[in-house]
Design a protein around this ligand. Structure first.
Ligand SMILES: *[C@@H]1O[C@H](CO)[C@@H](O)[C@H](O)[C@H]1NC(C)=O
Length: 328
């Protein structure tokens, strides 16, 4: 941490007086513009961006085959009765290409989302440290880190919303028409032509309502598990790959258990292109279909999330570590 300049002192005062995160964020951003520590923050941000992208790539490489299997089992339950069998028939029939169908758009979506998410997470950790007057982000509490995740998800929602919307519409089309006459990029173009940019941001509020609490538990669950798995005498960065994967997996599971009902509602809104408020849609589902409808499909989601989020955090931590030792 650099010394306290008069400017920094005035910024601290602003933060103390301001009672909203946005005001604090703005004064933090304004300060970085004027001090010599600005360069270091930009470097940290760039490293988080690259590390988050690597995390996104790793999670797709691990998660995509499981996703393919999940979709097949959901679409043809009488043909594919168990996971391993479905995995084997797909691999025997179409090889790796079959298992990795739809990887390119999934990669694009995951890299876009995770680069923004982890970059914002790093920034928000600094912000939370500043607001709570913690001298270093390494000393943030689990709740502090979870709060940083909560705020970071506000920003990543802007990249997640359009990609999820396109993905949900494609999946729904496959279900209702049996066959697709358009790919992800074609559909994006079609939506833009018909509805303009707002068409891609249908369900943004619902996405935020889902993502922000979700990432509170995601980062909170990850950091808390990492701390639990750290043996005495070691630091959290020395716990090795297996424990990092487990901590990441727990974070992923906590995210999904927390947000699943909101996810179901969001998918309905996006598939139907509805403008009804979230709570009303949720109430309608509850009245007509019962509570269980809000947890439809949770099992396969958890199965996919554990390994995918595990390697996401592993790739993120490894990339971050090596880039910091290269440029730090
Ligand atoms: C919060 O995050 C920072 C940076 O990622 C980490 O060094 C710290 O140990 C975390 N705090 C807890 C309690 O997990």
């Amino acid at each position: 941490m650099a010394c306290i300049t008069p400017l920094r002192a005035s910024v601290l005062l602003t933060v103390v007086r301001a009672d909203g995160a946005p005001a604090a964020a703005m004064s933090l951003a304004a300060e970085e513009f004027h001090t010599d520590t600005g360069g270091a923050h930009y470097r940290d941000g760039a490293i988080d961006l690259v590390a988050g992208s690597m995390g996104g790539v790793a999670s797709v490489l691990v998660g995509q085959p499981l996703d393919t299997v999940k979709v097949k089992m959901q679409a043809f339950p009488e043909v594919h009765t168990n996971l391993l069998g479905c995995f084997r028939t797909t691999f025997a029939g179409d090889g790796l290409r079959g298992l990795y169908a739809g990887t390119v758009p999934a990669l694009a979506a995951n890299v876009a989302e995770n680069s923004v998410l982890f970059c914002a997470y790093g920034f928000c950790q600094k912000l939370v440290a500043r607001v709570t007057r913690t001298p270093d982000v390494a000393e943030l509490s689990v709740i502090g880190n979870a709060t940083a995740g909560f705020v970071a998800a506000f920003f990543s929602s802007f990249t997640l919303c359009p990609t999820e919307l396109v993905k949900c519409r494609l999946q729904a089309m496959r279900e209702t028409h049996g066959r697709l006459d358009v790919g992800p990029f074609g559909l994006t173009k079609r939506i833009l032509r018909a509805e303009g940019v707002p068409g891609l941001f249908r369900g943004l509020t619902a996405t935020m309502a889902r993502e922000m609490p979700g990432y509170f538990f995601f980062f909170g669950g990850y950091e808390a598990t990492r701390a639990l798995l750290t043996p005495a005498g070691l630091t959290k960065d020395e716990i090795g790959a297996a424990r990092t994967i487990v901590a990441g997996g727990v974070g992923g599971i906590m995210l999904w258990v927390a947000i699943f009902p909101a996810d179901v509602v969001k998918s309905r809104i996006q598939v139907e292109g509805s403008r009804e408020p979230m709570l009303r849609v949720m109430r309608t589902i509850l009245q007509k279909e019962g509570v269980l409808a809000l947890y439809n499909g949770l099992g396969p989601t958890l199965l996919r999330t554990f390994p995918a989020t595990g390697v996401l955090f592993l790739a993120y931590e490894l990339t971050k570590k090596s880039l910091h030792s290269l440029f730090g």
